[in-house]
Design a protein around this ligand. Sequence first.
Ligand code: 13P
Length: 253
Amino acid sequence: MRKKIVAGNWKMNLTLEEGQKLTSEIVHMVKDELNQPVTVVINPPFTHLQSVKKLIEGAKDIFLGAQNCSDKASGAYTGEVSAGILTSFGASYVIIGHSERREYFKETNEQLTEKVKLALANGLTPIFCCGEPLEIREANTQDAYVTEQLTASLFGLSEDEIKQLVLAYEPIWAIGTGRTASSDQAQEMHASIRKHLASKYGQAIADGISILYGGSCKPDNAQEIFSKADVDGGLIGGASLKSRDFVDIVKSF
Ligand code: 13P
């Protein structure tokens, strides 16, 4: 059985105090209300990692993640944060290849491969993002586009490495737009991703990898999206900034 995962990506939002308040609320609600195993990941800005880690201590279903890591192990890279540093803060997950990083910070497939390898080498679970822009969806070439993203960054990994990944399909046209993919569109793409993984690594490995959906996922559409066979949870942006909305999504399986 694949892990069910809901990860909140705070992006560049919330002061430390706001982040602490949000985390405390999530911890309490998850403890009181969650009645099935769901892995909850909180991905705050780097600066908030230590405080969030303290607040989730003892919460067995809640884990700490970062939104990015460097493609270098250490050294003179001013402003960067390495996978090793993240591990030392108690992080368990790291988002890699978010479309905002690819677009605004020009991250390349090769850099993403390095990041994935460094994350794994430091004991972090990468949440590797893929997804197509609107023009690709309109041309109906999204399957080829997304499978190529995966091939380019991940298909040099060994079986043992790929098994440890979580994938997130985030169609760019659905991120922060209020325009979510339909549950059928999500399922189609997730099935296509899984088939592509199976073609390289075999069905058993492909069947074990959790694939999350991201893009305007909210309490009122999460249940429908999560009900699909190949959707194993969500990577949540805007709705992860409100404790009630986020925990309602966590409870949507
Ligand atoms: P929204 O949920 O705000 O659309 O963001 C999705 C996302 O980019 C999560 O990484």
